[in-house]
Design a protein around this ligand. Structure first.
Ligand code: MG
Length: 398
């Protein structure tokens, strides 16, 4: 067969209004909005003399005892190798001249709330991922229109709130997130569906969310350094070391990320995760990260006026196996302290269980909250709806 293979052009709709069956509707785009060095930017709004200096928000390393982690580092501090979630003592060694600022979460929450109020009218749906990252679902007829939207969102954030955002635009969350990382600092990067494979191909595998140093090492062992090389592999070749993660990675590399409708749509759960710079071999290394993530989640829920009814903590281990522990609460809860304590309890339980059997190290930590409800709703105990054990047993009878 010769010539271009074109699908037959559908006839124009007879009437305006509701789309005819088969007629294309404006495609949906994901704008992944990530505020640059958020806590640092908030502090600099009040202290402009810190502009251009290495600034770290976190518990100052002089406080004893200190097992805290860096919450946010300015780009000047990052130039010294400082990263968020890094132990403060390590950060202080890397960048001794840094200006340390203890965090003031109420201030960050208030501004995050203003950010969401500013973003909301731009989107059909707004899904906050953390205090400084949100996903916007928007309709736009083509990539250029989606870019214009992103640029105007960015301008508004700068002019009205003095905040710099990096925005990735794509038709999937994962690609939009990767694009937002490549757009930092302060850029807009649009990846139309037809360009996904060529956009991803030259990037290092580390650009994929969830791929840390250990996964990278395994992939390099297979001769895979870039996402393009990953796309050319068969998942089966890497299953032994990476398990099911191998298929997720290859599918993403080929431009078809695993994303459920729920992940793009109405949030039923929220999670925060972090791949550690080095695999953790003690609970003392893991627990501060768990507490940090739980605190971030609690603040995101606070900003949106949500309660949670279940908490789950999951570890991905050095061999890529993943285990989790969760707890359903009798009644929906709110507030940071309860969530942080619960997450720590679950994390310590997971850790103890692992120590009793094997001694793997932790590479990725994740905290998730489920059964989200609006704070304005009446407090309903889950137990009211759950049949008692005896009732369930009886119902299963012959
Ligand atoms: Mg950010």
């Amino acid at each position: 067969m010769h010539g271009a293979r074109l699908a037959p052009t559908p006839p124009p709709p007879a009437t305006l209004g509701e789309p005819e069956p088969g007629e294309a509707v404006a495609p949906e785009w994901v704008l992944y909005v990530d505020l640059d060095a958020y806590y640092v930017s908030v502090e600099r709004r009040e202290r402009p003399e810190l502009e251009g200096r290495p600034v770290i928000v976190g518990p100052p390393p002089t406080d004893e005892p200190n097992r805290g982690v860096v919450l946010s580092a300015s780009y000047e501090a990052r130039a010294f190798g400082v990263r968020s979630a890094m132990p403060v003592r390590q950060a202080a060694r890397l960048c001794p001249e840094a200006v340390w600022i203890p965090p003031s979460f109420p201030k960050y929450e208030r501004l995050a709330h203003e950010v969401r109020e500013l973003l909301r009218p731009h989107a059909r749906l707004l899904v906050p991922y953390s205090i400084d990252e949100s996903l916007l679902l928007v309709s736009a007829p083509h990539a250029e229109a989606a870019r214009e939207l992103a640029v105007s969102v960015q301008r508004e954030l700068r002019e009205k709130l003095g905040l710099v955002a990096s925005i990735g635009v794509a038709t999937s969350r994962t690609v939009a997130k990767i694009a937002s990382d490549r757009a930092k600092p302060g850029g807009v990067l649009v990846v139309p569906p037809a360009d996904v494979a060529s956009f991803l191909a030259p990037l290092p595998v580390r650009a994929i969310p969830g791929v840390g140093p250990r996964t990278e090492e395994i992939l390099v062992g297979h001769g895979v350094r870039t996402i393009g090389e990953l796309a050319a592999r068969r998942p089966a070749d890497m299953m032994r070391e990476l398990g099911g993660f191998a298929r997720e990675l290859v599918d993403l590399a080929r431009g078809t990320p695993h994303e459920s409708i729920e992940e793009r749509g109405e949030p039923r759960s929220r999670s925060a995760d972090r791949t550690l710079a080095e695999d953790a071999t003690s609970a003392d290394e893991v627990v501060p990260v768990v507490r940090h993530l739980a605190g971030e989640l609690a603040r995101a829920l606070e900003t949106e006026g949500l309660r949670y009814g279940a908490v789950v903590v999951a570890f991905r281990w050095s061999d890529f196996d993943r285990t989790q522990r969760g707890r359903s609460l009798a009644a929906a809860r709110e507030g940071s302290e309860a969530l942080v304590e619960e997450a720590e309890r679950l994390a310590r339980g997971l850790w103890a269980e692992e120590r009793a059997r094997r001694r793997r190290a932790v590479r990725t930590v994740s905290v998730r909250v489920e059964r989200l409800s609006e704070r304005s709703q009446r407090q309903v105990s889950l137990d009211e709806f759950r049949p008692s054990r005896s009732a369930r047993t009886a119902a299963r009878g012959p």
